[in-house]
Design a protein. Structure first.
Length: 165
């Protein structure tokens, strides 16, 4: 059975490993190979980042299949000045074997119904379709993602568009 639960500090190593593997699976065709290869070097920094976050009461949500971490969702106060106060969905990632199973919907429910924004590669068609299904729409903001070396676009979801499924 797959559980959706809040991460604890005991999950940090598995969380980071899952997150990095998800990046490889999601961006194999979209990200520069050197960027993906270098991601492994960020492991210690990521472990420290998530340990601090969880200790500060800002734990991400995990999808856990029989004790294996297979997905992560993380939202928090937006860092976009023009959208404050509001929430940003910083990450929602599933291992590729779980794409298209409805688990994305379950993870998405963890963010609740307040106004929410996120940044996505427009070429990430599955993710964009997923977000649109959940009421997100582009608001015209875009920026260069330095690692991906591509433009990412912002999607926003007003509370009225919160789906009920
Ligand atoms: C983005 C992501 C979390 C969305 O998950 P998803 O797999 O597309 O979405 P779901 O798990 O909700 O599955 C929805 C699909 O499964 C189908 N499905 C199968 N069983 C289902 C069920 N029980 N309930 C709902 N949908 C179900 C739906 O019909 C839908 O199909 P469609 O996409 O062809 O319309 C996932 O694709 C992912 O982790 N991608 C890689 C990481 C990534 O790109 N993250 C975003 C970075 S910005």
């Amino acid at each position: 059975m797959i559980d959706i639960r809040s991460a604890t500090t005991a999950d940090v190593a598995a969380l980071v490993e899952c997150h990095l593997t998800c990046w490889h699976e999601a961006y194999a065709e979209l990200a520069p190979a050197d960027y993906l290869a270098e991601l492994e070097n960020s492991q210690p920094a990521r472990i420290s980042y998530w340990t601090t976050k969880i200790a500060n009461g800002e734990a991400p949500w995990l999808a856990v299949d029989d004790e294996a971490v297979i997905g992560i969702a993380h939202a928090g106060p937006t860092e976009d000045d023009d959208l404050r106060p509001g929430l940003t969905l910083f990450a929602i990632y599933l291992r590729a074997a779980y794409w298209g199973t409805g688990l994305g919907d379950r993870l998405h429910r963890t963010i609740g119904d307040q106004p929410t924004s996120l940044w996505v590669l427009p070429e990430n068609a599955r993710a964009v379709r997923f977000y649109r299904r959940h009421g997100f729409e582009p608001d015209g903001a875009e920026q260069l993602h330095p690692g991906l070396r591509r433009t990412i676009i912002r999607l926003v979801r007003p509370p009225s568009k919160t789906p009920d499924r």
